[in-house]
Ligand binder design. Structure first.
Ligand code: NAG
Ligand code: NAG
Ligand code: NAG
Ligand code: NAG
Ligand code: NAG
Length: 339
């Protein structure tokens, strides 16, 4: 090989190499941009079948999905749910009342277009102050199923919380008089029965009987302007599972014990329900502000302060531990605005 040729080769490679590197660089940058712009436009949350179940089972091997969420009349001829517990964890003592109610509402799971999806993404929207100015509305709306809690408003907060509501969990004291105001016509209104009076109340509403307002810690609405056919009753199984498997709190409070009964919040219950029903579970608006300031607002709406949480009948530290565990296991993801 002569010297001239060698020189040429060296020059060539000196020239070609940077061009090659530049090209590879562009290519990688392109991929990087593509990945990130996908994230920014957030077309639709990714769905992988059984994703949350797999993650949760890798952490806690005893979880099996139950996708039938609501009670139906046929449950009373059931084999596998013979309740030995009273409300809110079982149906003992309420069977007759329950049958009267269920005879008057149609049974159906969420709409057919959701039932037939082979992969379901869910967003469970807590009512926390963290949603304020979050701009998460459009991401929330892109989930197949959006689950909301109690009387949390939507109108006027769409940019932060979205405007789609597939299901709303509530109990009498947290119900709103006009469910149409902050829901859509196809929203399923899911009653979580905590006590006998809760069922009595919904029966009076559904059958339009004389209202009896005794036995509530806050007056529930006496009229229901929404479509009664959209009411469902959540299976107590989910509250039982939340208490015993997720929170590890007692479910038995002997009448004479001084211990004040503690129940899961509808928020953690909604997450547990979503883990059963959905393939991917994303959450927003959960957790309380890390503050000792009792005047700090609690919700993204209204004026409740942290101090109003002090005497709640919930075990808030067990709930935040459970949330942390679920997140660390990857079973649920916190929705964030891409920055
Ligand atoms: C998801 O889990 C269900 C129930 O365990 C199972 O029947 C189904 O085949 C799973 N699907 C996939 C894609 O893994
Ligand atoms: C799973 O269930 C079995 C039997 O019910 C129990 O012995 C075991 O401790 C459970 N494991 C976990 C991780 O909860
Ligand atoms: C359900 O409860 C009834 C009455 O308490 C009892 O007779 C029946 O054997 C139970 N069924 C099952 C499957 O445990
Ligand atoms: C939310 O945005 C409004 C208007 O930009 C602003 O006045 C308010 O301070 C913000 N609140 C929070 C909690 O960031
Ligand atoms: C939600 O907001 C979008 C965009 O503003 C609008 O097109 C849609 O009709 C709204 N849906 C409901 C149920 O309000």
């Amino acid at each position: 090989m002569n010297l001239k040729l060698l020189k040429k080769l060296v020059w060539c490679s000196l020239l070609v190499l940077p061009i090659l590197m530049l090209l590879v660089g562009f290519y990688n940058q392109d991929k990087f941009l593509m990945r990130n712009s996908n994230r920014i436009t957030a077309l639709k949350p990714a769905c992988e079948a059984n994703y949350s179940t797999k993650k949760w089972n890798a952490h806690n091997s005893n979880f099996t999905r139950k996708t039938k969420l609501f009670l139906s009349l046929t449950d009373f001829f059931w084999k596998n749910f013979n309740s030995t517990m009273a409300l809110p964890y079982g149906l003992k003592g309420t069977e007759q009342l329950m049958m009267k109610i269920l005879a008057h509402i149609p049974y159906s799971e969420p709409p057919q277009h959701i039932q037939s999806l082979n992969c379901r993404t869910c967003a469970v929207i807590g009512n926390g102050y963290t949603l304020k100015n979050s701009s998460l509305g459009s991401i929330i709306n892109k989930h197949d199923i959006v689950i909301r809690l109690n009387d949390a408003p939507v109108r006027g907060y769409e940019d932060d919380v979205g405007n789609k509501t597939t299901m709303r969990l509530f109990y009498p004291e947290s119900a709103s008089t006009n469910p149409e105001e902050h829901n859509t016509p196809d929203t399923l209104m899911v009653l979580v029965p905590f006590k006998f009076n809760d069922l009595r109340w919904i029966k009076e509403i559904i059958l339009d009987e004389k209202r009896n307002l005794k036995g509530f810690w806050r007056n529930p609405p006496q009229i229901w302007q929404g479509d009664l056919n959209q009411i469902r009753i959540l299976h107590p199984y989910f509250l039982y599972e939340t208490a015993t498997k997720l929170l590890n709190i007692p479910t038995n409070f002997p009448p004479k014990s001084k211990q004040k009964p503690v129940h899961p919040t509808t928020g953690i219950l909604a997450i547990q329900m979503a883990l059963h029903y959905c393939d991917v579970v994303n959450v927003a608006g959960f957790g309380y502000p890390k503050t000792t300031d009792l005047d700090h607002p609690v919700h993204y709406y209204g004026s409740n302060k942290m101090k109003s949480m002090k005497d709640s009948s919930h075990d808030l530290s067990a709930e935040s531990r459970a949330l942390k565990t679920l997140m660390e296991a990857g079973a649920i993801q916190l929705l964030r605005q891409p920055s």
